[in-house]
Design a protein around this ligand. Structure first.
Ligand code: HEM
Length: 203
């Protein structure tokens, strides 16, 4: 397969992969397969896809470091936008089904479930990254673009806290995410990055 066709094929695969969870959620909602608490199932499922896509976005740079192939970062923006898209679905499902559109109830909810504030902060920070993810904004902001997009690490940390906090004692569901984040952060450090690069060259 030629490079151009391969890129188009992978692009199609990424778009399909990004829309699949939404299509499955819609399908389950229509056919009544969301379980005994459909509202909770929708909030949980969209929340899980947000964190999965966020982690996948963060995985692109380490994958470039390990494989030496720059192609990975081509999909970073799309995956990040996917994470933002599912975060918006997550927040919308929460607002519609949990708050029933009653925003005053949010204050009561925050007192009852403080992890919501952390999730909300992650979403608020993710929003400008999505809005400024285009080449035009990249050019306009120059060096500040890089600085702004470093917020993704804080977002990942907040998302993890949100996840750990709401699961309370269920650390077993969360530790793979925590471990993966730790590994992905470690792979970015100059010492490890250099060691991997020189190991690849000397192979
Ligand atoms: C980047 C932002 C966010 C991420 C990555 C995220 C991720 C998650 C994850 C992974 C879950 C657990 C799903 C499960 O139990 O299987 C969850 C649940 C939840 N999230 Fe978020 N979330 C985010 C933002 C928000 C926001 C903005 C709100 C509301 C304002 C929110 C409210 C909730 C609630 C209420 C639950 C628990 C639902 C239940 O009772 O089962 N989240 N979130």
């Amino acid at each position: 397969m030629r490079a151009g066709s391969w890129q188009k094929f992978v692009s199609l695969l990424v778009w399909t992969g990004l829309s699949l969870p939404l299509l499955i959620m819609i399908g389950q909602a229509i056919t009544g397969h969301l379980g005994p608490d459909p509202a909770k199932a929708l909030v949980d499922s969209s929340g899980l896809w947000t964190i999965r896509l966020l982690w996948l976005t963060l995985a692109m740079t380490p994958l470039r470091i390990i494989t030496g192939m720059n192609g990975w970062v081509r999909y970073r923006r799309r995956l990040g936008l996917g994470a933002l898209f599912y975060a918006c679905i997550h927040l919308s499902c929460y607002a519609v089904f949990f708050l029933e559109g009653e925003w005053v109830a949010l204050v009561r909810e925050i007192v009852k479930r403080p992890y919501i504030v952390v999730g909300f902060m992650a979403w608020l920070l993710l929003l400008p990254l999505g809005l400024t993810s285009t080449r035009q904004w990249q050019r306009k902001l120059g060096h500040n673009w890089l600085r702004l997009h470093k917020a993704v690490y804080l977002i990942a940390f907040l998302a993890l806290i949100h996840f750990i906090w709401l699961k309370k004692l269920g650390i077993w569901a969360v530790w793979p995410y925590a471990l993966l984040l730790l590994v992905m952060m470690a792979l970015r450090t100059p010492v490890i990055k250099r060691a991997i690069q020189s190991a690849r060259i000397n192979k």
